[in-house]
Design a protein around this ligand. Structure first.
Ligand SMILES: [Mg+2]
Length: 293
């Protein structure tokens, strides 16, 4: 049976998209006695001198740290409570639903879902104030040893691997169900959330693979910048110049801001498109009664 395809998905990167800092700098480094600059310099060295992938480099350096090795996943989740977000987060997650309160959208059962796809740590976000608003958080995960301490990464989500999770969302395979291979072919009409109903929000070059997957398949992409950083703004300008994203805006998600207006506009247009699509589908299936003549 074909899917109703009346769900709109907002998919967010986390570091520097929803938060001004990387989660490691925000809540982890201080607790494990790590200097941020030194840490990222060592990551860069592992990447340049030993050709590490950068996500494997930072995970290795965390696991080399004895304080970190003494943590459990639930300790990481507790740190998540202290995360700082850009203005308007997480309130926007609740407030956006009002866009879909128009009678025509309610009649078509249109709903909004939020997802986070991050190269950071899933356990930290799972304990944060964002968790209750988002349907799924995809991020790197650690397995625990017999003493309940983190000891090995069981899932690493590199920048390119992030796109896999967009395919999981579109196909409705968002749970780690290994009976459902993300590479299974699912025809367009069987997809739970077609890409045209998806908006991806990111902040930089690490989001380029996701921007490309989304925009080449009819979805929308936004890049946000930290207004206090010239570098962040210029990164967004170059993403737009290269036509990687539809729009850029300052990362301020509060009501009435430029970013908020763009998000609301896109969600509203997507909802209108769903209505138009469903009505067209319905008309094409109706067999009209013969007219009396
Ligand atoms: Mg980011």
């Amino acid at each position: 049976m074909s899917q109703p395809q009346n769900v709109i998905a907002l998919v967010y990167d986390y570091d520097k998209t929803l938060s001004p800092l990387h989660m490691q700098e925000d809540v982890i480094f201080e607790k494990i006695g790590v200097d941020s600059k030194e840490f990222w310099d060592r990551v860069d060295h592992l990447a340049s001198d030993k050709t590490y992938e950068s996500d494997l480099a930072w995970i290795r350096l965390l696991l080399d740290n004895l304080f970190f090795r003494n943590l459990s996943n639930s300790d990481l989740s507790k740190m998540g409570k202290e995360l700082n977000f850009f203005p308007g987060i997480p309130k926007i997650f609740e407030e956006l639903d009002s866009i879909l309160s128009d009678e025509k959208f309610v009649r078509h059962g249109i709903t909004l879902e939020h997802y986070i796809v991050t190269s950071g740590l899933q356990a930290v976000l799972a304990g944060s104030g964002l968790a209750k608003y988002v349907k799924r958080i995809f991020g790197c995960e650690f397995d625990e040893d017999g003493q309940g301490k983190v000891y090995w990464p069981k899932r690493i989500i590199s920048h390119t691997a992030k796109t896999q999770y967009l395919f999981r969302i579109t196909k409705g395979f968002e749970y780690m169900n290994f009976e459902k291979d993300v590479n299974d072919h699912v025809p367009e009409i069987e997809r739970r959330i077609p890409f045209r109903n998806m908006l991806y929000i990111g902040d930089g070059p690490t989001d380029v693979p996701c921007f490309s997957v989304i925009t080449s398949r009819g979805g929308k992409a936004l890049a946000v910048y930290d207004a206090s950083s010239k570098h962040s703004f210029e990164t967004c300008m170059s993403l737009r110049a290269a036509q990687r994203v539809d729009e850029i805006a300052e990362a301020d998600y509060r009501r009435g801001t430029h970013l908020r207006r763009i998000i609301e506009y896109i969600v509203y247009r997507m909802a209108e498109q769903i209505v138009a699509h469903q009505e067209m589908e319905h008309d094409s299936r109706v067999i009209h009664a013969p007219k009396h003549g």
